[in-house]
Design a protein around this ligand. Sequence first.
Ligand code: GCV
Length: 843
Amino acid sequence: MRSLLWLAVVGLAVAEDGLAAWLRYARVPGASRHLGKLPSAVVTLNATKGYPVHTAGQELVDGIGGLFGKKLTVAKSKPKGTTATVGTVSAYVDKNPSAAKGLPDLVEDGFYLKISKGNVLILGQNERGALYGAFHYLSVIAQGNVSDFTLTSNPDAPVRWVNQWDNMQDGGTHGSVERGYGGDSIFFWDGHIREDLTRAGQYARLLASIGINAVVANNVNANASILTPENMDGLARIADVFRPYGVQLGVSLNFAAPQLLGGLDTFDPLDKAVVNWWQGIADNLYKRIPDMAGYLVKANSEGQPGPMTYNRTLADGANLFARTLQPHGGIILFRAFVYDHRSLNQTLDWKADRANAAVDYFDGLDDKFEDNVVIQIKYGPIDFQVREPVSPLFTHLRRTGATVELQITQEYLGQQAHVVYLAPMWKELLDFDLRVDSKPSTLKSIVSGKRFGQKLTGYAGVVNVGTNTTWLGSHLAMSNLYAYGKLAWDPEQTSTGILKEWTTLTFGHDKLVHDVITKISMESWPAYEDYSGNLGIQTLTDILLGHYGPNPGSQDGNPWGQWTRADDDTIGMDRTVWNGTGFAGQYPPEIAAMYENIETTPDNLLLWFHHVPYTQKLKSGKTVIQHFYDAHYKGSATAQTFVTLWEKLKGRIDKERYEHVLFRLIYQAGHSLVWRDSVNQFYFNKSGIPDELGRVGNHKYRIEAEEMELKGYKSYRVSPFEAASGYHCVVTETNSTVGTATTKLKVPSGKYDLAVNYYDMALGNSTWELFVDRKLVGKWKGDLEYELGRAPSPYIDGQTAARKTFRGVRVKKGSELKVVGRPDGLEPAPIDYISVLPEGTVN
Ligand code: GCV
């Protein structure tokens, strides 16, 4: 009876809503065969409740209990039988002085594992390292490996932080988590720190299991009110729930806080009153949180205040905070994402270039920063695009340490409504050799501190989890968070190796499950690049609104500097030194020379560095425009296969997660076609150059809604034009009129897949019904704004365009096809077109 109860508890603990992510501790196949190779008791050295060694002991008990059904006891000293001993090296050596010689050198947070005949020794350089070791051991046995081994594992870099862009209250510029697609903030609510921080503690647990040592909880676009005494108390509560996992808290600051909150008439970083004010803040924070990690600061960028407001340098700004942190041992991550969108003029200045900004602003400052300043640099010079060259700023900081900022939340990369496994992209960036002084200088060697010898370097990942039980809004997106932690610990790990581990821990051991997830994941970034933006032109998303759907025209003609400079004949940014913005010259000479020359620039960055005619030939022999057309067809075709691949897993994983992922993959498949058609139509109209294969603009299976017989519906011209097939859709005549669009089918009798392209705006939940010969084929609701976490939009555009497909519908020649749309709120049940596709065809 007791074991039944135990199983029930384990079963509940691993309810497959995603909350446990990769820490499910689900029963290992054939678990009972391995019991003899596992410890029978846990011994925790130097374990104080609320600190990592104590947590490690608990995790070992829970983990081995869940994975193998073996119930362990916890002891302070060695009981009889096999044991798992966990603690710091120093605590171990205190008890066993003679063992010291045999132990390896560990760096901060490193761990040592020795598994022998059921006895497990887990030692950390510090308490956090001991917990990392315990998680590592549990991960290994969860993957079914119970054999003996010894391992010394040290992190590649000391800074392994995550940033949350959580606003203090809902209704910030982009909701409660800026660029977050997994629900509200787990930390803040209504201007305060949440009372219930259970999820924050669970988040810390996940992060600790992948080696992350600090979380900045509030948005870099910081609200000064984070520093009120009440909110500082709240921050201390967050630090309290992080501490058992060895995760430290960091805080984002608003540079103007002395004025906004402190009542001073200035925030000049060299003003004595300002310095004193910030010192008071640091002292007050550390009084409450003695182990606080430090600060994160975004200054003089996108409207944020900073030192340049007072003609001070960025170093003056960073050092102000650094000095106030020094007595407390904190560090400051100072962001290099500095640019002035008010000064960028595309029309008047051919040489204007946002990409130049970071190196320009940091020029000459390398030796001006205090030792506890780290410069946090986005991987590319613009903004988390689907493909960017590595930021050249990494090569300009040799004395000051740098962290590379990666984005786990898929702001420009499908917002978790599209599956995009990012590890392959990050690996490419980390492996890129920047050839400083003509010597090997991979990005990973720079951010590990090995190349230039700085002490404080590493990784910062923008994660933006929310209250959704899936954390990020999508089960598959969690492989990105897992991979981020793994690469920050050891960038030599492979994308497929990491994925394999994650899949086993998240979905189990079934080979087919592994094959399918590997294939989908490994094809996902190339596919997304293919159907969004090619040849280094950037993501081609709507950069003025949600950064989600296609809108190539939005890139140009504004001061945001993500320009493509596309006109009727040519496209691309000329970033050469000889004729362009000079950006290529910011790299060390070998790399500069490669990018300066069109012949040696890789095709995938051609339009990043060069302005060329659409007819420019690539190394593949194709023209730029034909490559665009082909890539968009290829990428969207790949996205269709994700659905059929996933469907093979029906019954092989739990229904809850199977359905959740399937829903998203079907949506992605439809939206990839929206991307394909919008981008292709846009460049076809601009260039006037037809697709050699005659696909663009020719959709033989399509019936345009505006050409059907309309009752209660009217034709509506869509903007941007390319977001609608035939540039038009239909909308109901009023907000309360039911619309019908009817047509007689001309196709031969048979079975068809019927696909309806419609728009799901965030203004209501319209419903649609599809009939063939008055028989209901199916109905659906426009509620994607609730079903998907992606940025909602109130417009009929590429963000809201979606597709609903009904497979295998029998129709006759002459059948009546009818869609009935019922508007809701301000959403007028818009329909773009209906495709009548021979079964299995996607178009
Ligand atoms: C937090 C981009 C994003 C902004 C973000 C900014 C940054 O511009 O769209 O939401 O602001 O980067 O990284 O600071």
